[in-house]
Write a protein that binds this ligand. Structure first.
Ligand SMILES: C[S@@+](CC[C@H](N)C(=O)[O-])C[C@H]1O[C@@H](n2cnc3c(N)ncnc32)[C@H](O)[C@@H]1O
Length: 429
């Protein structure tokens, strides 16, 4: 396994650094943290540290028809993911989510307004009272240290891979043991399930794409905003096993600490291919040149950017996350990412859906920045404006990612396949 670190670039604009401190937030005027603590009792029914637990797998892929009443030329399907944690311990899954529902009820009782207060939460540089109450509650050893990692990809690693370790340390040097109750949040909270399922579904689509192609040449995969790259490493490893082809993985992110964890993740997942990390601002128009200079590759067999497109605004979006901050439209970024794809290759992007559970918890208590969760029509608008949906040579497929047992549906993944110039144009449904 080869891991190369190349030149750090300017950190501007890093959207995670862009929080401002507003004069006041509505949290302070409407809530009393002490009133929250009575709903923080968490009772567990089974041991939670299970070193044999592995990633989930796709249980079924079903076509959704008739295409959600839309006459736009895209296919819609549902990927159902079996999650080993939920399947092994449905009782604890129920307990954790009942507990989270209790917190959400309290937020609503206190007058938390999801559409207004989330924007304020995103702008707050201090933990809001709900976050503080959550962290002060009894069974949360390790949770406060984890919370300092939000919203970095490092924090996501504990959700995608809850047995990553029992000791947690942050970039300030704070260290804590992760209690079983904290691990329960990482395993069973709907958001954790959704993030894991998104990775599993992306892995399935990546491996499936390569399995459908012939050939034996090494495949080039690019992960934009890779974070710790845990999901894409797992995906690449499954593709290697399925196709027998070598995979050269290039991962790009602005966060050097996340990239420094890529090697460990590759070793932990037994990835045998080459991995190259590039610390760069993926919004920089010079990205194609940076990639080509550092990898020698101008176009990739597959490009994925799970968890990034939704940070970028698009005119007409339902939510206003990161609007007016000088960021490109999601559609402009999507077009540029698609331009990095080889003929016959594909772009995989994820977007949180608007109609989802527990957004009050994730935006109001965990205090993850507001992101542009979108309706399916708004997701498709991004691809239309990117010039991909409506181009008869480009095949657009949208996949709802649903947990097979819990029913949780947090993300949709869109696959845009570029025509293979050596064959006739892709069939459009
Ligand atoms: C939600 S994480 C996604 C991580 C990973 N793709 C996954 O699915 O687990 C978003 C990532 O975007 C990165 N990021 C944010 N702004 C960036 C920028 N301008 N250029 C490159 N990476 C950026 C963050 O450092 C973070 O790792």
């Amino acid at each position: 396994m080869l891991i190369e670190r190349t030149h750090p670039t300017n950190r501007e604009p890093d959207m995670h650094q862009s929080r401002r401190t507003p004069a006041t937030t509505r949290f302070h005027s409407t809530s009393s943290p002490s009133r929250l603590t009575d709903c923080f009792e968490l009772k567990l029914t089974s041991p939670l540290i299970d070193p044999d637990c592995s990633w989930g797998h796709v249980a079924a892929v079903a076509k959704v028809s008739p295409n959600h009443g839309s006459n736009l030329p895209y296919a819609l399907a549902e990927i159902r993911v079996a999650d080993p944690y939920v399947d092994a311990d449905p009782a604890t899954h129920r307990t954790v989510n009942a507990y989270i529902a209790g917190i959400e009820d309290r937020l609503r009782l206190d007058g938390f307004d999801p559409t207004v207060d989330r924007v304020e939460a995103m702008d707050s540089s201090e933990w809001n009272p709900y976050t503080k109450a959550w962290l002060r509650s009894k069974p949360v050893e390790g949770l406060a240290v984890w919370r300092t990692m939000v919203p970095s990809a490092e924090a996501l690693l504990y959700l995608t891979n809850p047995q990553v370790g029992t000791v947690i340390s942050n970039r300030r040097g704070d260290t804590a043991t992760i209690s079983p109750e904290t691990v329960a949040h990482f395993r069973f909270g709907d958001d954790a399930i959704g993030i894991r399922d998104r990775g599993v579904a992306m892995g399935y689509l990546l491996a499936d794409h390569f399995a459908q192609q012939g050939g034996s040449a090494p495949l080039d995969v690019l992960s934009l905003a890779s974070g710790t790259a845990d999901p894409v490493i797992g995906a690449a490893q499954r593709a290697v096993e399925l196709t027998g082809r070598a995979i050269r993985l290039t991962v790009a992110d602005i966060d050097g600490r996340a990239l420094s964890m890529v090697r460990n993740n590759a070793v932990r997942q037994g990835f045998g291919g080459a991995v190259r990390t590039i610390r760069t601002n993926i919004l920089d128009p010079a990205l194609p040149d940076v990639l080509e200079r550092d990898t020698g590759v101008a176009h990739f067999d597959l490009v994925e950017n799970m968890g990034f497109e939704e940070y970028l605004p698009e005119d007409g979006d339902e939510l206003g996350a990161f609007r007016g901050r000088g960021l490109p439209q999601a559609s402009a970024f999507t077009r540029r990412a698609f331009d990095l794809v080889k003929p016959g290759g594909a772009l995989l992007s994820g977007n949180m859906v608007l109609d989802r559970t527990q957004s009050d918890f994730v935006f109001g208590v965990v205090d993850w920045p507001l992101i542009n969760a979108r309706s399916e029509a708004s997701i498709m608008r991004v691809y239309e404006r990117a010039g991909l949906l409506g181009d008869p040579t480009v095949k657009i497929e949208m996949f709802r990612v649903r947990n097979a047992s819990a029913g949780t549906h947090l993300y949709n993944i869109v696959k845009a396949t570029k025509p293979d110039t050596s064959t006739r144009p892709a069939r459009v449904p």
